[in-house]
Structures are given as C-alpha cells and as structure tokens.
Design a protein around this ligand. Structure first.
Ligand code: AMP
Length: 296
C-alpha cells in the first residue's frame, strides 16, 4: 500500500508535463461530445459553438488529447499515425518509447528486453517515466496535444492519467482475434527507413456472428524488401500471450472510459482502404481534409 502511494505520488509529479500540455490545449479545444442517439452505439460529433470548429481550424491553433485502445495488432499505430498527420498533433506510442529505450543499451535495456520479449507489461513506473520524458521533450519543442497509443494499458495508468489531464476521446479499435494473430505475424519493419509494412494477405470467412474480413498486404517498396525485420515479440506464442495480457489487464481500461462516456467503439471493416474513410466518418472528420485545403 505504501509502495502504491509512493509510486502514485511520483507518477503524478513526473507526469506533470501532461498537465501543462492539457492546460494549453484545453483552452483551445474541448474535444468531442458523446451522442448516443444512433443504434445504441456511442458516436461522436465535434462540439461546436464556443469550441473551435475542428473541421476548419488551422492546425497550429488546435490540439486534441486522444487515447487509442485495442488489442495488439489491431492497427492502433497505423491509424494513430495517420490521424496525427491529419490533425497536426504528436502520435506518442509507449511501445515505441520502450523499443527506443531497449535499443539505447541504457541501464533499463536488459530488463526491458526480457519483459517485452515474453509479451509481458513493463511496470507502470517505468512506462510513466518514459512517457513523462517524451512529453517534456515535446513540450520544450512547443508540441500541443497528443494521440496516445498503447497507454494507458492498466487501470492504474488510466487513473494516473485522469489525475493529471483530461482526455477528450478514447478510440477503441476492434478486430477478430484470429485476424489479430495473422496481422501480427505479417508485421515487418524496414531496418533502414523505419517504415511499417504487413505481408499478410487476410481472407477470413464470416463465422459465429462475425462478418467475413479481407485485408490486402501492405507491401514495402522494392528498396526496403531486403531490409525487412520482424519484431522479437511477434512470434505466435508471444502474440497469443500479449492478447491474453490485453484481455486481462487492458480490457478493464475500456470499461473505465466507457463509464465516463468517452469511449468510441470502432469495428475495423477491413484493411486501410476500407477502414480509413469509415474511421474519419466516425470521428466526424470525413470532410476535414477538403475544408483544410480550401482554407489554406
Ligand atoms: P506495443 O508496441 O504497444 O505492442 O508495445 C510493446 C511492448 O511494450 C508491450 O508488449 C509491453 O511490454 C510494453 N509496453 C508498451 N506500452 C506499455 C504500457 N502502457 N504499459 C506497460 N507496458 C507497455
């Protein structure tokens, strides 16, 4: 109990950079208001009036504070990165922070490599420290807002985050578990340019109430082909364990945000060409690009 209190106190103070990010962005953008009118599912529309209209606002005057949830392999990184480019806010993936720390051969590197390669979660304390450092560095560069990917992953992380800042929207990406496994097994990264690809060609028939789903591979350009690497934690055994850990430790985080009216559920209908336009629609951003370029 004493250890818990200690960690919470230090976590709160080390995450103080989040508060300053929040203060700035809250005055500029107050997020999305839940609208539960359609089909019993929560959908979201931008709050207009005193809030800047997201669809026409210049990116440098606006920031969002979003969280992306979803099982390993669902595509959080892909869609968070696309939305980060579209909205001009940083995409912060705690998995990337962990991998950078691993690659740095710093004091934590050996400990982290064992945890990550077994598909376990890193301690809340380590993750909060890595995230705080990243936010501080971003704050120093004048970054506003964020899309958090892979954080919070435990109820404690969610509580700590809630204690220091307000989250506007939590997007919960969903995909069948058999597809998740195939997608993780197909993931490749170019060791030179860092580009993320997927060599899996997914065609799964509908079953047990789940619709059929097809996803074309996302192949790298020819010059990356010979430099592709697979993440050490993308083996079948470790992926299955990571999905199990998600269901046990992170699934309750969905409920945490659902009960606060912040969760937007999104079932991926297929690969990027099918899912991206539908996701923009669900976020009420479908005409954002055109209005942005018209205003430029
Ligand atoms: P990801 O790239 O999100 O799958 O993360 C890779 C690994 O980093 C995970 O399997 C965990 O070991 C660790 N990790 C990333 N984010 C967190 C977090 N919020 N809490 C605990 N461990 C994390």
């Amino acid at each position: 109990m004493a250890a818990l209190t200690r960690l919470s106190k230090s976590s709160f103070s080390s995450l103080s950079s989040l508060s300053s990010v929040s203060r700035i962005s809250r005055s500029l953008y107050s997020g999305f208001a839940p609208d539960t009118s359609s089909h019993g599912a929560t959908s979201y529309s931008p709050r207009l009036g005193s809030t800047p209209n997201l669809a026409v606002k210049d990116t440098k005057d606006r920031s969002v504070q979003w969280v992306f949830l979803g099982s390993p392999g669902v595509g959080k990184g892909t869609y968070a990165s696309r939305l980060s480019n579209l909205l001009g806010v940083p995409h912060i993936a705690t998995g990337d922070l962990v991998r950078e720390e691993l690659a740095s051969s710093g004091p934590l590197s050996q400990e982290l490599s064992e945890i990550v390669n077994q598909g376990k979660l890193v301690s809340d304390e380590i993750i909060i420290n890595l995230l705080s450092k990243r936010l501080e560095a971003g704050g120093a560069k004048g970054e506003l807002g964020f899309i958090l990917d892979g954080f919070p992953r435990t109820i404690r992380q969610a509580e700590i985050l809630e204690g220091v800042t307000e989250i506007d929207l939590v997007l919960n990406l969903k995909l069948r578990e058999d597809v998740l496994l195939e997608k993780c097994l197909g993931r490749r990264t170019c060791s030179q340019c860092g580009g993320n690809f997927n060599v899996a060609s997914i065609n799964v028939k509908g079953a047990n109430g789940h619709p059929a789903i097809s996803m074309a591979p996302l192949l790298p350009p020819a010059h990356c082909m010979s430099k592709l690497v697979t993440r050490a934690d993308d083996t079948e055994e470790v992926i299955k364990h990571r999905i199990h850990v998600y269901n046990e430790k992170s699934r309750p985080v969905e409920e945490f945000y659902r009960s606060r009216g912040k969760l937007l559920e999104f079932d991926l209908p297929g690969g990027i060409p099918e899912s991206w336009p539908k996701l923009l629609e669900a976020l009420n951003l479908d005409d954002y690009k055109e209005k942005q370029s018209a205003a430029a």
